[in-house]
Ligand binder design. Structure first.
Ligand SMILES: [Zn+2]
Length: 262
C-alpha cells in the first residue's frame, strides 16, 4: 500500500537516475534527509522541472511505495537567486547543504519510523541559515558562526565559553574542543588548547545570543571571524567526525579559510 505525505522541503542536491528520472536529496521537517525519485522531470509539463534545484524551499507531495519515496508534486515557497550570482555565497551555501546531508544518513524509512523532533529543528535552522546568507551574501563566515552555535546547541555539544572550565576564572586564553570550552593559562595542560583571542570570545557571545539579523551587523576583523568559525567547526567535528569537500572552497575576503592557520 502506498503512503502519501504533503510537506515542506529544502533541496540539498540532485543526481541522474535513469534516462527519464532524477534522484533528489531533500531535507523535510518530519523525515530529515531523504532521497526521492523525480519521475518525468525532463518533460516540459512536469511540475518538478526548474523547481527541484539546490537551495530551493518547496512545498511537496511525496508518495511512498515499494520502499522508495517518489516526488509527485512541487511548488516553490522560496528561491535564493544570490546563490547563483555570487560565487562566495554559493560556496558557503553549498557547505551548509553538504553539512545537512552529512548530519543524517539519507533515505530514512517511512514517516512513522522517523524519530521526530530534531528533524524539525534542523530543518528550521537550515532555512534560517539560507535566509541569513541570502540577506548577507558576503557574510558567509558570520552566518556559519551563527548557524554552528545553534547546531552544537541542538546536538547537545555546545562549548562552555563564559569562564575557565576547571577553575571558573573569567580570564581565559585557550579553547579546547576535547575539554569542551575555554581554559585559563594555568589550567591549560600541554597542547590540549588553542590560543583564543579575546575578540573571538566577544564575537561568540554576540552571535550566540542574538538573532542573525542583529549579529551579522556587527563588524570584526577577518582573523576573528576565521578563528571563531574554525574553533566551532572543531568543536562540532570532534564529536561528529565529518570531512566535507565544500570546506576547501571557503574564503574570508581573498584568503581561503584554511590559510588562516586555525
Ligand atoms: Zn583555569
Amino acid at each position: 500500500m502506498s503512503e502519501t505525505l504533503r510537506t515542506e522541503a529544502i533541496v540539498l542536491g540532485r543526481q541522474p537516475w535513469d534516462e527519464k528520472s532524477e534522484l533528489a536529496l531533500l531535507f523535510c521537517p518530519q523525515l530529515g534527509c531523504i532521497e526521492a525519485l523525480c519521475g518525468g522531470i525532463y518533460k516540459s509539463a512536469s511540475s518538478l522541472r526548474g523547481r527541484v534545484e539546490p537551495f530551493n524551499n518547496l512545498e511537496i507531495q511525496l508518495v511512498r511505495g515499494r520502499g522508495r519515496w517518489r516526488l509527485t508534486q512541487a511548488q516553490t515557497l522560496k528561491i535564493y537567486p544570490q546563490f547563483y550570482s555570487d560565487y562566495p555565497c554559493l560556496c558557503w551555501g553549498s557547505f551548509y547543504l553538504e553539512l545537512w546531508r552529512a548530519l543524517m544518513p539519507a533515505a530514512r524509512g517511512s514517516a512513522e519510523e522517523g524519530p521526530g523532533g530534531e528533524e524539525a529543528s534542523l530543518y528550521s535552522l537550515l532555512g534560517q541559515a539560507l535566509e541569513a546568507l541570502g540577506a548577507f551574501p558576503h557574510k558567509g563566515v558570520g552566518v556559519s558562526i551563527w548557524m554552528l552555535w545553534r547546531l552544537v546547541g541542538l546536538l547537545g555539544i555546545a562549548p562552555e565559553i563564559s569562564s575557565c572550565l576547571r577553575c571558573h576564572t573569567d580570564q581565559v586564553s585557550y579553547f579546547s574542543a576535547p575539554a569542551g570550552g575555554t581554559l585559563c593559562a594555568q589550567c591549560q595542560r600541554g597542547d590540549e588548547g588553542w590560543r583564543l583571542m579575546p575578540e573571538t570570545r566577544k564575537l561568540w557571545s554576540q552571535y550566540r545570543k542574538n538573532p542573525w539579523s542583529v549579529a551579522l551587523k556587527e563588524r570584526f576583523l577577518p582573523s576573528t571571524y576565521a578563528q571563531g568559525e574554525a574553533y566551532l567547526w572543531r568543536q562540532l567535528t570532534y564529536h561528529w567526525p565529518l570531512a566535507l569537500k565544500s570546506r576547501r572552497f571557503l574564503k574570508i575576503g581573498e584568503r581561503s579559510l584554511e590559510s588562516f592557520g586555525y
